[in-house]
Design a protein around this ligand. Structure first.
Ligand code: FES
Length: 277
């Protein structure tokens, strides 16, 4: 345990070290900051880019191509530009779509712990003192702005369920291709299909291991013996919930990977590695 206390910072007292820990406790918060900042910069760039987010148009832009996959970047899903016929081409749908995953991840119980520690150092790690211990005395929890918005997590969950359905739909689409005549056909398996599969599975594991989802499944049940199916579901979600933090990072990584891959293929930088059945 650290011997550092808020009292030791009082004026006139000699400062004590932040912690007695000898290990590299700072590595994790630094990695979290670096990962989230880099991901945020990349996602912002892609949202504003408003280009290279789907691959079906390759059949027109690359003469001689026999098949183009139907990949859509997860940053541009659900495909508002297809669902709303009058969607203006100059307006990036990702700028609107990003709000909901951001709300969901930003209010996630795991993510809160991660960024409170990594960005605010509040505290940065177990048995390490807070940097701004006196400021913390004024901390009012999640009852006032800005942190009160974290209480909307359950509503963000309802919205993100729509995204999960679309991610599975895009995986289904990834088994299709457009041929030279412009017809959509089933029977395609590319590296992108594999990445989309990973993305759909990991996003589902992340969402269905959510604390709010666990509460939705079993939190309101007063008597589990009368709801055996609900009990079973709650036990499954509870098991998943133990690895919720891991699923947070893995699903973030596969969302980013899926977008990068779609961009590389859609911009013609690399061809899709694929077989047609
Ligand atoms: Fe992390 Fe709900 S608690 S997504």
């Amino acid at each position: 345990m650290s011997s550092y206390t808020a009292q030791s910072r009082e004026p006139g007292r000699a400062p004590l070290p932040m912690t007695d820990r000898q290990d590299r406790w700072w590595v994790q918060p630094v990695l979290i900051v670096a990962t989230l900042v880099l991901f945020g910069i990349y996602a912002g760039f892609r949202a504003f880019e408003n280009n290279f987010y789907e691959t079906r148009q390759l059949i027109e832009s690359q003469p001689g191509l026999q098949a183009a996959p139907l990949y859509l970047s997860p940053f541009y899903s659900p495909p508002l530009h297809h669902l709303i016929a009058s969607w203006p081409a100059a307006l990036s749908p990702a700028l609107f779509l990003v709000i909901f995953p951001l709300s969901f991840r930003g209010t996630c119980y795991y993510c809160r712990k991660a960024y409170y520690r990594a960005f605010f150092w509040d505290p940065p790690a177990c048995a390490v003192a807070e940097i701004r211990d006196r400021a913390r005395m004024k901390y009012s929890g999640e009852t006032t702005l800005p942190f009160v918005v974290n209480n909307f997590h359950r509503y963000a969950l309802y919205l993100i369920l729509v995204y999960v359905v679309f991610h599975w739909y895009h995986l289904y689409e990834a088994f299709h291709y457009v041929d030279a005549a412009g017809s959509v056909k089933l029977g395609y398996f590319g590296l992108g299909t594999l990445i989309f599969g990973l993305d759909a599975v990991l996003l589902s594991l992340y969402v269905f291991s959510c604390h709010s989802w666990r509460h939705l499944i079993g939190g309101g049940a007063n008597n589990f013996s009368r709801s055996p199916i609900r009990l079973k579901l709650w036990q499954i979600v509870t098991t998943l919930n133990k690895r919720h933090g891991l699923y947070f990072w893995l699903s973030l990584a596969t969302v980013g990977l899926a977008d990068i891959y779609v961009r590389l293929v859609a911009s013609g930088i690399i061809p899709d590695l694929a077989v047609r059945l």
